[in-house]
Design a protein around this ligand. Structure first.
Ligand code: MN
Length: 494
């Protein structure tokens, strides 16, 4: 399943020294490789072949063209032959799109009995790509280097992983987050500098009074509500009595109003705040869950960083198996040999993380002081997942990722919300300590589709500090890494 709207441009470096005939061959070989990448199921976006580059002017103009193209998520560069890298300085200095350096070679094998200088000349990326690598390093350019033959599955998969991160970064360029109300009073981790976020992570955050949302909800017609109620009946386990209840009817009204507001403003992510519900009769639960299932990013209690992160993760995960949701580390099971964490929220967990049919239920909510809200209740599918938290450190953003294993959860008949039970890597004792040392939030983007590699590439592309908590995590090393990073980011030019 290809995302036809997102493109990677395949650019090949060479020079005129080789003569017309060799350059024709270079062009044909590059075209073959670009086409193979475009066809590969491991690369979820379009790969577009661009003419072979042999001059500084051509290189600079393709880089500027890439900057200006709303569909171009990044460049894949390959030096088929030697391409003197001073030619690349001007273009690479101006390039504002992610760069992947594909260190490949047209012929996979050396033809031992036939190899001659012609073969050598047409298969010289072994040194041509080193020249290119030097100038990227000299320019201090963040880029991904992938090594391997262009038909090698492992290399194609690595390009695919990176392309998802590039697609996420491209999404952020046009991403608008709507905040309904401010953040929950006195909470620190959900605060942050929206100007810094826009400068470093590209997305915009727009604030609205919750009354603006209430106005949109007030405009919803009875017909819109009936249409939604029919959908609820089809998609969820819901007794007729629940479907007919005023609470579910009101939830449908909130969904239709919220959806109209977001569509009209071009928002793909949003936040709510249970402390600020003026004009809404219940906390939006079902509406948030259904909007997330349709691809919207969400953060509760005004958490715009997590809302944007969830949207970007959903774009990165497009077409992969499993779901992606807003999540919170809610409560623990601390039995020493079987320590697990139960993830949930008051209401707002995305049903994409469950393959079962959710139950539509209405229950009282202890906080918020409003009417009983409707919500979908389900348990997440078991298997591998990640939790990711984007925090602001004052001078930079830090992305923290923990690998998780979602495990079977005992029945919890009294718990009226969607939930996920997991064991973090390497174990809860280490993972929770590491997370807390790193300053990770209680809110996360949770995904069964993405891996830590996807998130590491996204962090690299956006110049974000990346802290991984996986099977190899050793607390004392992590504490050193955090100290070293502090020094690095304070010395690094902005
Ligand atoms: Mn929360």
């Amino acid at each position: 399943m290809k995302n036809k709207k997102v493109e990677l441009w395949f650019v090949t470096g060479s020079q005129h020294l080789y003569g017309e005939e060799t350059l024709k061959q270079v062009e044909s070989d590059s075209g073959t490789i670009a086409e193979a990448l475009d066809r590969s199921d491991d690369i979820p976006v379009k790969v577009v072949f661009k003419p072979v580059l042999t001059t500084a002017d051509a290189i600079t103009s393709i880089c500027l063209e890439a900057n200006n193209s709303p569909d171009c998520a990044g460049l894949i560069a390959w030096m088929h032959t030697f391409s003197p890298a001073k030619m690349w300085i001007s273009g690479l200095k101006r390039l504002q799109k992610p760069l992947l350096h594909f260190h490949t070679q047209f012929n996979r094998d050396i033809p031992w009995s036939d190899i001659d200088m012609d073969f050598m000349n047409l298969n010289q990326s072994a040194h041509g790509d080193r020249e290119f690598g030097f100038i990227c390093t000299r320019l201090g350019l963040e880029r991904k280097v992938v090594v391997g033959h262009w038909q090698d599955k492992e290399a194609l998969k690595a390009i695919g992983t990176w392309s998802r991160a590039a697609a996420g970064a491209l999404e952020a360029r046009s991403l608008k987050v709507a905040r309904f109300g401010d953040n929950m009073r006195d909470v620190a981790v959900t605060e942050g500098d929206k100007v810094s976020a826009q400068m470093h992570l590209d997305y915009e955050v727009h604030g609205y009074g919750v009354g603006d949302l209430a106005d949109a909800v007030g405009k919803v017609s009875d017909r819109q509500i009936s249409t939604l109620l029919r959908q609820y009946g089809d998609e969820y386990n819901a007794p007729a009595k629940t479907l007919a209840s005023p609470a579910v009817r009101e939830a449908a009204r909130i969904e239709a109003g919220m959806r109209a507001f977001l569509e009209e403003g071009g928002f793909k992510a949003f936040t709510t705040n249970f402390e600020d519900l003026h004009g809404l009769v219940q906390l939006p639960g079902l509406a948030v869950q259904r909007l997330m299932a349709d691809g919207y990013g969400f953060g509760a209690e005004g958490d715009w960083k997590t809302a944007a992160l969830v949207r970007i993760m959903k774009v990165m995960a497009e077409g992969l198996e499993g779901g992606t949701s807003f999540m919170e580390d809610y409560t623990y099971h601390l039995e020493p040999q079987n320590m697990t964490a139960l993830g949930a929220h008051m209401l707002e967990v995305c049903p994409s993380i469950s393959s079962g049919k959710p139950a539509l239920e209405v229950h009282p909510l202890g906080i918020g002081g409003r009417d009983d809200p409707a919500r979908l209740v389900f348990k997440a599918d078991t298997g591998k997942a990640i939790a990711a938290s984007m925090i602001e450190m004052g001078d930079r953003f830090r992305l923290i990722v923990n690998n998780l294993k979602v495990v079977e959860c005992p029945p919890m008949p009294m718990l009226p919300v969607a939930s996920v039970l997991w064991k973090p890597e390497p174990d809860l004792r280490t993972a929770a300590a590491a997370w807390i040392y790193a300053g990770g939030a209680h809110h996360t983007g949770f995904s069964q589709s993405l891996t830590a590699e996807h998130m590491a590439e996204y962090a690299a592309i956006t110049g974000t500090e990346f802290i991984l908590i996986d099977q190899k995590c050793v607390i004392e090393l992590l504490r050193k890494e955090l100290r070293w990073n502090d020094l690095y980011y304070r010395m690094k030019p902005a």
